[in-house]
Ligand binder design. Structure first.
Ligand SMILES: NC(=O)c1ccc[n+]([C@@H]2O[C@H](COP(=O)([O-])OP(=O)(O)OC[C@H]3O[C@@H](n4cnc5c(N)ncnc54)[C@H](OP(=O)(O)O)[C@@H]3O)[C@@H](O)[C@H]2O)c1
Length: 230
């Protein structure tokens, strides 16, 4: 399959807002390898899809835990996407992950989405580091994800790629804001007691979140698919 084929197959529909998650899992359902990072279970085929999904995104939305654990930095332009996506970290504590502080040098914006529970001191510090306009406070005790996504869409960040981690994906599914899930299933089994791709309380409605398959590809043993929630 050519790169152009992949770009076409993964093009998101034109909507006011489209939230697509992307995760990788081993055959035994692990979201990480033994080192506690997803990078150790990725495959070259999964990487190809990962890059195409990023090229289609206005914003990459990530839990602060993953920004820290996976060493995210603000995003650079790519050949296909000369306007770099914004990196948006979600945090209840309001702590600014190091990766959002990356120097500008042509990279995309770094935004923090948090809630009042972070407290005035943390919010003040975040604003002084990132700039007032890059700190979005939505929600009181927890981040109000629908309101946060509306605020991003108002800035023109309509195509949102949610790259985890499992806690953020769990709350996003519970809030009903995920339109589509991309999943790469890699041909490997790691055992152990690692996280799955979705964490948090059981999802109801009435028995989990129902999805329908939209796309399924195979390359060198890796299955890459898209499932839609509605
Ligand atoms: N397999 C994959 O595709 C994949 C993808 C991503 C990550 N991972 C792996 O997942 C692990 C991390 O898991 P995780 O569940 O801890 O990641 P996470 O969801 O990225 O991080 C959890 C932290 O993010 C913030 N957060 C997440 N959801 C939030 C919400 N709805 N509202 C407010 N804050 C929120 C909180 O930060 P504060 O503490 O600052 O409040 C929370 O402590 C790592 O091992 C990583 O490598 C795997």
């Amino acid at each position: 399959m050519t790169a152009a084929d992949l770009v076409g197959l993964y093009a998101p529909p034109a909507r006011r807002r489209w939230v697509r998650s992307n995760m990788v899992s081993t055959l035994d359902g692990s979201a990480t390898g033994a080192d506690g990072r997803s990078g150790s279970v990725n495959t070259p085929s999964d990487h190809r899809v990962f890059a195409v999904l990023r090229d289609h995104a206005d914003a990459v939305l990530v839990g602060a835990g993953t920004v820290r654990d996976e060493g995210y930095t603000r995003l650079s332009p790519t050949r296909r996407s000369p306007v770099p996506a914004a990196l948006v970290a979600v945090t209840r504590s309001g702590r600014v992950p190091e990766g959002l502080r990356t120097p500008t040098d042509g990279r995309g914006a770094g935004l923090l989405v948090t809630c009042s529970a972070a407290g005035e001191r943390r919010l003040g510090r975040a604003r002084s580091v990132l700039g007032d306009e890059n700190v979005l406070v939505r929600g009181d005790d927890t981040v109000d994800l629908p309101a946060a996504l509306d605020a991003l869409a108002e800035r023109g960040l309509r195509r949102v790629l949610l790259e985890g981690g499992p806690s953020l994906l769990g709350t996003a599914l519970a809030a009903g804001v995920v339109d589509e899930m991309a999943l790469s299933l890699v041909p490997r089994v790691v055992g152990g007691d690692n996280p799955r791709i979705v964490a948090g309380p059981p999802l109801t409605a009435p028995d989990g979140v129902a999805l329908r398959p939209h796309l399924l590809l195979e390359e060198s043993g890796t299955l890459c698919g898209l499932w839609r929630t509605r």
